[in-house]
Design a protein around this ligand. Structure first.
Ligand SMILES: [Zn+2]
Length: 662
């Protein structure tokens, strides 16, 4: 084992209905947990529920049940969602767990014994909703500055933790540990907060006002303030939910993931509590941003709450995981919209990744009997070397990005390799090689490279989209398991012995997605599907479109709107000449009705410059200009031929130049 990695989410408030925000934090933690596990780290991944406090007590009273029953009823919504989202948690803690409560009491007692907790009369403005006091200067017009509900003046004897004592040590720690609070903007916010005098923290509530909580060990008439109880979960779980009897092994935490709204609670309350207990501080607290929906704040009253279960049902779990981490840099606020989701899905998952996997496995099937051939060193080209080099750079880049919690940049790097691999296929054109027995060694080398790039991608995407990775692993015939530390040593290109058979399978990301569900996406209880419900059946992936390239998968089918983007026009050839030093390229001057164009065409082996002027052909008129052997080409001619040009597409000579071809 290299090292340990301990990642936590906040424990979520049991009264909440799990929404995109909960899913976001938990998926991010899951990606880290999975990544460090296959990197060979000993990982502990903790999430859970905060079940104490006034709101739970009130909701239970309203429902006419005791608070514990209330919690027990709500808990499965979270546990089921984590199962649906493939969250590989190691432990699920509930603050009503008896061992947790005992540990909270032990922590309180130790602070009390050290005289770090004292009793005092306190008068202040109390917000019932937020369960906290505000000082005179915080309150505006008798309202809570946080939630704008009316506050009431309450006077009570409470216990206080001497938080003020740790103000300077905390400032020093933050300043000397740049990684402690991330991102940097949040770190500066906390330092700004700490410029004001830090007051002692009230850590008790009289039972007369709140009974649903952990009883203070030194005063039976009080319960513990919910935050003090909740924060201790990060330590208590290691004692009674850990895989090891050594509770100190995983402490300090590698990273606490929190929403930006609870950063102060973690960076200040939790840190000073730990200082008081004489425990090391976590290595890092990372505050991520919030999601809006179509530019608006998510709220029940607006009816725009994004229900994770509904998203998973519609798009599949991996697409949902992918989108959340791909769309927005972790740490910044993000906006969720169905159109953004669908465009990422179609462009990056269906077209780029799905298509690459489908094309590659089809060709391994068609040209190599579902076996990954060995590479022929002598037939290697620069294209192969570029692909191998880019793939070899992938994991060091992911290492760096994930250490910085830059999930989007890691995915961007992975996508870069996917796109390069698709270009590699286009450039090497294996379907052409397959027709020429003399190219057999070259074909094998290309197919081997495709298998290798899929293997690298399978390992790279696993933490993010594990279901897809598992499907790719199986289809590639890889006989390894993700339970192994597959990336303990970074993979070496060409180093893997393929023994299994490859299989093509169905589309990983079917293109025709069901439309947005109508009405508000209410939380369905436990619907769990690994793949999207398909509006259309998977097309038969083994068929080869007639006249198309063998190995061209249905994912490459286009709609009429795509075809209409290509402007085809009738053109008359005015002049033709050879491009020096090329036996293939001819430079044509053509009339396309509205203007004259210069087009460089690879037709020099079939046609002489003399026979072309006066002929009428078809050109692509809206192709971006490109340079071929230094000569600008402002379009493309249409011709038939798989490898060598068989014939230009000639039209009768009376077709007027500029006429649309459709
Ligand atoms: Zn409030």
């Amino acid at each position: 084992m290299k090292n340990k990695f301990y990642v936590t989410t906040p424990i979520y408030y049991v009264n909440d209905v799990p929404h995109i925000g909960h899913a976001y934090t938990t998926i991010a933690a899951d990606v880290l947990a999975r990544f460090y596990r296959i990197r060979g780290y000993d990982v502990f991944f903790l999430t859970g529920l905060d079940e104490h406090g006034q709101k739970v007590q009130q909701a239970a009273a309203k429902a006419g049940i005791d608070p514990q029953t209330h919690c027990d009823r709500l808990m499965p919504a979270f546990k089921n969602l984590w199962a649906t989202l493939n969250i590989s948690l190691d432990a699920f803690i509930r603050t009503t767990d008896k061992p947790h409560q005992a540990i909270v009491q032990r922590c309180l007692q130790s602070l009390y014994d050290k005289d770090l907790i004292y009793q005092a009369e306190y008068t202040g403005w109390y917000c019932t909703f937020d369960e906290r006091f505000w000082t005179e200067k915080d309150v505006e017009n008798g309202q809570c500055p946080d939630c704008r509900r009316p506050v009431e003046q309450v006077s009570e004897r409470n216990y206080f933790f001497r938080m003020s004592r740790y103000q300077q040590p905390l400032i020093d720690h933050i300043k000397s540990h740049p990684e402690f609070i991330r991102p940097e903007s949040r770190r500066n916010e906390v330092l700004g907060f700490l410029q004001k005098p830090l007051e002692d923290l009230s850590i008790s509530r009289p039972k007369s006002r709140l009974s649903w909580g952990v009883e203070l060990p030194f005063d039976r008439d009080c319960v513990t303030y919910v935050w003090f109880d909740a924060l201790v979960n990060y330590l208590s779980a290691l004692e009674y939910l850990g895989r090891t009897t050594d509770a100190t092994k995983f402490w300090p935490a590698s990273v606490h993931l929190v929403g930006k709204d609870i950063l102060t609670t973690h960076a200040v309350y939790w840190s000073t509590m730990l200082m008081g207990m004489g425990r090391p501080l976590p290595e890092s607290i990372f505050a991520h941003g919030w999601w809006t929906v179509d530019g608006e704040k998510m709220s029940k009253s607006r009816g725009n709450v994004v229900a994770p279960n509904a998203m998973v049902e519609q798009f599949g779990v991996d697409a949902f995981r992918y989108f959340l981490l791909r769309e927005v840099p972790f740490g910044q606020d993000g906006d969720f919209s169905h159109s953004a989701f669908e465009s990422r899905y179609n462009a990056e998952l269906a077209n780029d990744l799905g298509n690459l996997v489908s094309r590659s496995l089809t060709m391994l099937g068609n040209f190599s009997n579902n076996l990954v051939p060995a590479m022929d060193q002598k037939s290697q080209t620069d294209l192969d070397r570029e692909l191998a080099q880019t793939a070899s750079n992938l994991f060091p880049a992911i290492d760096k990005h994930l250490a910085n919690l830059e999930f989007n940049r890691a995915l961007e790097t992975i996508l870069g390799l996917v796109q390069l691999a698709n270009q590699y296929i286009d450039k090497t054109a294996p379907w052409t090689l397959a027709k020429d027995p003399a190219q057999d060694a070259r074909l094998k080398t290309v197919l081997f490279h495709l298998a290798e790039v899929l293997r690298f991608l399978t390992l790279a995407i696993y933490p993010f989209i594990p279901t897809t990775a598992e499907a790719m692993r199986t289809r590639l015939g890889m006989t390894v398991s993700f339970d192994q530390a597959l990336l303990a040593n970074l993979p070496v290109w060409g180093d893997y012995a393929y023994t299994g058979e490859t299989t093509k399978g169905t589309s990983l990301f079917p293109k025709n997605l069901p439309k947005k569900p109508t009405g508000q996406a209410a939380e369905s209880s436990a619907a769990s599907t690994a793949s999207p419900k398909k509006a259309v059946k998977d097309k038969k992936d083994n068929s080869i479109p007639s006249g198309g390239e063998p190995g061209l998968p249905p994912a490459d089918q286009i709609g009429i709107e795509d075809f209409m983007k290509v402007q085809l026009k009738v053109a008359k050839i005015l002049h033709a000449e050879r491009i020096p030093k090329s036996d293939k390229l001819l430079k044509l001057q053509v009339d396309i009705g509205t203007e004259r164009r210069q087009i460089v065409a690879g037709i020099g082996k079939k046609y002489t410059p003399e026979e072309l002027p006066g002929r009428t052909i078809v050109v692509v008129a809206n192709l971006k200009p490109a340079k071929l052997m230094g000569v600008e080409s402002q379009g493309m001619v249409l011709a038939a031929g798989d490898k060598d040009v068989v014939s230009l597409l000639f039209l009768p000579d009376d077709a007027p130049p500029g006429t649309k071809v459709k």
